[in-house]
Design a protein around this ligand. Structure first.
Ligand SMILES: Nc1ncnc2c1ncn2[C@@H]1O[C@H](COP(=O)(O)OP(=O)(O)OP(=O)(O)O)[C@@H](O)[C@H]1O
Length: 382
């Protein structure tokens, strides 16, 4: 099993640390069971933060240093749980980014598999959008925009900077955690896939969460970075509207959030998409731009979806004019602004027309498409 190889080499290294002869070259620790039992008050029910498909998460405090931690205790061992543990530890051990949840360490012994993270005092986006913190209304518009941009940056790092590249495969509201300053931390790498260089997609068994799955992945198990882009598009709509990705209509028919938002986009009634709890306190131009980005991300054809680098660029509003007056730079590609203006005139209030005209066009700027202006990002928290 993968985790055995991983833990073996980690243990060998830890022997070196214990002997004090070699400096450790990784930022996580191997905990003892005793330490984690003590930190979580023997995994007391009162310390339990929540439960996921693979186990429960407990709040705790370490004796050494007194740091607040979250400990994921995997359920009774199964091949699946063992794989989840191996993948999570292996991947989190490799990545470091301000918008990814850091691994503090782990314990593996007997039947027990424990993963230790930094504790996120503001829980998950799900808790604030649909859960027990929703009535507190802590997510105002600037905060939502900052969380959207931060999550996008974390995913862009996985896709474009980590080596090998990583596809998360389970981007969703419960996997975006919030630190004490409401900075977004993308978490839960148990389903992630490492993608060797030069490989554009792989075919796998479908994992992930209904409502967030890209159609080509749900139907054929075809997984690529653009599956995460699709899930991120769903998440964006969820962040601004506080609606669930899938809802059951009377009669049992299911409607996804894109189907819900599309008629409003077609009518140009963007305000109707915003969370009513914001009571109209949002920037209308930003709202339109973000909806347009979400629509691009959730295009049924993966080839028409943007990369996460483009998404970050658009969210940060860094689509500045450079060089000559007629050029806009987005990503690596420079396109002629006059061409884009023509497309924009034709398709102003019709997102589907816009998709057709901008197909494969890297220079698409959703903010300009929505408003005719350049975006004033980066988003700020008040
Ligand atoms: N580091 C952390 N700090 C604070 N809360 C956390 C932390 N890690 C996880 N949680 C919370 O613990 C709960 C369980 O998380 P877990 O990742 O096991 O499952 P999930 O994402 O809810 O579901 P699934 O298994 O379908 O992914 C969630 O409510 C999550 O917000």
């Amino acid at each position: 099993m993968l985790w055995r190889c991983f833990c073996f080499s980690a243990k060998e290294d830890s022997l070196n640390i214990d002997s004090g002869k070699k400096k450790r070259d990784y930022p996580w620790e191997i905990y003892t069971l005793k330490e984690l039992l003590h930190a979580t008050n023997n995994f007391h029910e009162d310390n339990k933060i929540g439960e996921g498909g693979f186990g429960s998460v407990y709040w705790g405090r370490t004796t050494k240093g007194g740091n607040y931690i979250a400990v994921k205790r995997l359920k009774a061992m199964s091949a699946k749980a063992e794989m989840e543990f191996a993948v999570e530890v292996e991947i989190l051990g490799r990545v470091r980014h301000k918008n990814l949840l850091s691994l503090r360490g782990f314990y593996a012994g007997g039947e027990e598999r424990l993963i230790v993270y930094d504790y996120m005092p503001n829980y998950s986006l799900l808790t604030h959008l649909h859960g027990k913190r929703a009535p507190d209304l802590l997510l105002d518009w600037p905060r939502r925009m900052s969380i959207a941009t931060g999550s996008a940056e974390g995913i862009a790092y996985l896709h474009h900077e980590a080596t090998p590249h990583i596809i998360h495969r389970d981007i969703k509201a419960s996997n975006v955690l919030l630190d004490s300053n409401f900075v977004a931390k993308v978490a839960d790498f148990g389903f992630a896939k490492l993608i060797p260089e030069g490989v554009t997609h792989v075919t796998t068994r479908v994992k992930g969460t209904l409502g967030y799955l890209a159609p080509e992945y749900a139907m054929w198990g075809k997984v690529s970075e653009s599956c995460d882009v699709y899930s991120f598009g769903i998440l964006l709509l969820e962040i601004i509207s506080a609606r669930k990705p899938l809802e059951k209509l009377p009669g049992g028919v299911k409607r996804d959030i894109v189907q819900w938002a599309t008629p409003y986009v077609q009518k140009g009634a963007f305000d109707q998409i915003a969370d009513p709890r914001l009571k109209g306190k949002f920037d209308r131009d930003q709202l339109k731009a973000v909806v347009m980005i979400a629509m691009r991300c959730t295009d049924k054809n993966p080839d028409n979806r943007p990369s996460m680098l483009e998404v970050v660029d658009w969210l940060k509003g860094s689509s500045f004019r450079i060089g000559s007056k007629n050029q806009i730079k987005l990503g690596q590609k420079v396109v002629d602004e006059s061409e884009e203006e023509d497309d924009q005139d034709e398709d102003e209030s019709d997102v589907f027309g816009m998709d057709k005209s901008t197909r494969g066009m890297k220079g698409f700027d959703p903010f300009r498409a929505a408003t005719g202006k350049n975006m004033g990002g980066p988003w700020k928290i008040n």
